[in-house]
Unconditional design. Sequence first.
Length: 298
Amino acid sequence: MAGLVISCMILGLFLAGLQLISTFSGYDQVRIELSISWVVVSLILLMVYLISAVAWNVQLKVLRRDRRLIDAICDMGFIAVGKYVPGKVLGILARGAKNIAVSDNNAASLYFSAIDQVGLLFTGLYFSLFLFLVSQWNYSAIELVGLSLALFYLCYSSLRLLYFFYSFLGGSKTISLRYAKNYTFFAQVSGLFLIIWILTSFSLYPLLPDYLEDGEKFQIISIFCISIVGGWVAVFVPAGVGVREGLFVIMSGAIIPLDIALTIAAGHRIIAISVDVLFSGACILIMYNQQKKGGSYD
């Protein structure tokens, strides 16, 4: 029954979004290619959650926790719905609390859930700046490599700084220093965070009109990444709804017409909400089935 309800919700959101865009947009290509584009974007966003789960699982090793990937994926289900509460508070607390229930590290799980999200935000800020710089100037291959290395170093050092502050506040008593001081650990998490932002930013690509040149598409993608960060920073707005779309439409106005920008922004938001509902619903069903079979969600 739960699976049927979730499926109906996803279908309803899809049809509502399709009707909305078909009604308010004069952009025929969107209507023709919408279904294919939505599937591609949905798969990319689902990959984002999968990689986020891998990054979360790697970080949990600092708490001396070796968990199954499926359980880390279920943890991300809390983030998928919790981000619609201002500040992502619900997702962070719910994910951390669930780990407290099966961990001896108590509040450490909550702190790490927050560190994960703050680290992602820093990575997004740096990646937005990187995309903006690359989209505005022509760089040689060597310069691009240098910028890429600088980007990775910024993400790496920021994550280490977050862990340092946590340890400084007494967190070192609850974490495995073998991981916290391990350079490979921070490199892995930083790399995974960057992959998350690359996929998130370029998930807009399938929705862009074909008549745009590659350079224009890249500029729009960089603007989209900046708008995502802007929506993230607006912590009191559920999932940045409205803020992200407004920033995107305003900043991309010099490249594409207003109606097309609105169509793209609205389409991506509807897809994202649909994926969030589907993903979190699937996670709930997995946890429910595990408990029903006598197992435990761990």
